[in-house]
Design a protein around this ligand. Structure first.
Ligand code: GDG
Length: 454
């Protein structure tokens, strides 16, 4: 079998064997176990200049190849164009995007530097799989350097309607660069349609035909097992004891403005106000590890949340009960799995999300004998598959309030029925299946149009 070359902005730490570092590493686990592979990208460190030669570390059958980012590229490529311009635009938030031509120059420079450092490592029959919005231009740069390998590109985040995308300066350059890609993957059929329409509008109908939807999944049985194992772990018991018999609602999200956190908190407050019989009966735990804390929008969000949580707790708390518990540190993954299993309600209400793995993790973590209820935003890619959830509009606090009320009162047989439907689809769409589907489309054994279908 030919070698698989994975390219992503971040590379998992080889010391952890790639197994513990984030969703992508989990999703790639099976593919990496079965063939020779290279994982190429940013080391996570900064230096005076972006590296020109990748540092190599071998682990099992995988070679980790990493570059440090120069301070300027960190500022303009990563914080600037990737996080302050592309991220909001791809999440439909044109109004909060910040553009600066120096940022785009940094983006072009870094994509090219990545391509220049990767090209000499490639073998003729390698399959190259590039991930996500940081690297729209890299396939075209590789082609310009003479690379003839098969190249795939997967976009983990949404792709908005072209009227939104075209608000991004240089939007056309990003689309044109996709000409160099053989198979282009998005999370949902809506994203694929939006991307195709944007490509067709600039006369790239041939490229539009290479776009397909491939919904990413989780290691469903692995996460279910982890949650069951941790059901009585020390931290989980501590949380259960502290609830004093009250129900738990849980939210787990990177602290990001796409995740709808202020709206979710307002929705929880609205539930307590409109349905006072739930007061003192439920505690909402929001875990929201700080992310991209050096970007201004994220600092503003944190202040807004501090204030929102404080206001609702101040208004609603009793001496022996605070409605909301809010943690901005990361919680260990096994502990999170145990917390999710204990929760009666999972609150996943992003304003926009490519997929949202937390929704699938919550489903996998449930006790089949007494499963909880998922309240899910219709704007998460996961909503396409998880029709057993209570689907809400995350912008409408009353909608969230009513779903919470319904979840609190939902009889056991309805909970079980809804959960069974969701669990069937989470299991069927596991991470390893996602990986296999994309690679078989890229490596030519399935048609793109059929490959994304379950
Ligand atoms: C992007 C797209 C798409 C969260 N807090 C903690 C923690 N997490 C873990 C979750 C989950 C992961 O982080 C988050 O994944 P999501 O899918 O929810 O969201 P993004 O990070 O925005 O990911 C998204 C994804 O890529 C994959 O394609 O679904 O749409 O935006 O696994 O559990 N993990 C630990 N502690 C925490 O406090 N250990």
């Amino acid at each position: 079998m030919s070698r698989l070359v994975i390219v992503a902005n971040r590379v998992p730490d080889p010391k952890e064997g790639g197994a513990t570092a984030g969703g992508l590493a989990v999703a790639m686990k099976d593919a990496l176990a079965n063939r020779e592979a290279v994982w190429f990208g940013w080391s996570g460190k900064t230096a005076a200049e972006t590296g020109t030669e990748a540092a190599l570390a071998r682990h099992g059958r995988t070679t980790f190849a990493t570059l440090d980012l120069g301070h300027d590229d960190y500022k303009h490529f990563y914080q600037g164009f990737s996080n302050a311009a592309l991220w909001p635009v791809l999440h439909y938030r044109l109004g909060i995007a910040r553009f600066d031509r120096r940022d785009f120059a940094g983006y072009q420079r870094t994509n090219l530097a990545f391509a220049q450092a990767l090209a000499p490592l490639l073998q003729p029959d390698d399959t190259v799989w590039i991930h996500d919005f940081h690297l729209f231009l890299m396939a075209a740069d590789l082609r310009a350097l003479g690379c003839k390998q098969r190249i795939g590109f997967f976009l983990h985040v949404p792709f908005p309607p072209r009227s939104v995308f075209n608000g991004l300066p240089h939007a056309e350059k990003l689309l044109e660069a996709l000409e160099a890609v053989d198979t282009i993957g998005t999370q949902t059929e809506d994203d694929a349609e939006n991307l195709r329409a944007a490509l067709i509008a600039i006369g790239k109908g041939d490229v539009a035909m290479r776009v397909g939807a491939f919904a990413i999944g989780i290691d469903a049985t692995g996460f279910a097992k982890l949650a069951a194992q941790r059901a009585n772990a020390k931290e989980v018991v501590r949380l259960r004891d502290s609830l004093g018999g009250r129900s738990l609602a849980i939210g787990v999200d990177r602290l990001d403005y796409t995740k709808g956190l202020p709206q979710r908190i307002a929705g929880f407050g609205a539930m307590l106000e409109r349905f006072p019989r739930h007061r003192g009966k439920i505690t909402f735990l929001q875990v929201a590890p700080v992310s991209r804390g050096d970007v201004a929008m994220y600092r503003a969000l944190r202040r807004e949340l501090d204030e929102g949580v404080g206001r609702i707790n101040g208004q609603m708390a009793e001496p022996d009960w605070a409605p909301i518990r809010y943690i901005t540190r990361a919680v260990a993954r096994p502990t999170l799995a145990g917390f999710m299993r204990m929760a009666r309600i999972g609150l996943v209400t992003p304003l926009r999300d490519g997929m949202n793995l937390v929704a699938k993790e919550f489903v996998a973590a449930q006790d089949p004998a007494d499963p909880g209820v998922l309240v899910l935003s219709r704007f998460a890619g996961a909503a396409v598959e998880l029709d057993g959830a209570l689907i809400v509009n995350p912008l409408d606090p009353d909608d969230i309030a009513e779903a919470l009320d319904a979840a609190m009162d939902m009889p056991a047989d309805e909970r079980l029925d809804r959960w069974n439907r969701m669990w069937t689809s989470v299991r069927a769409g596991s991470a390893s299946i996602w990986c296999r589907r994309f690679l078989s489309a890229l490596e030519g054994t399935t048609d793109v149009a059929d490959a994304g279908q379950a």
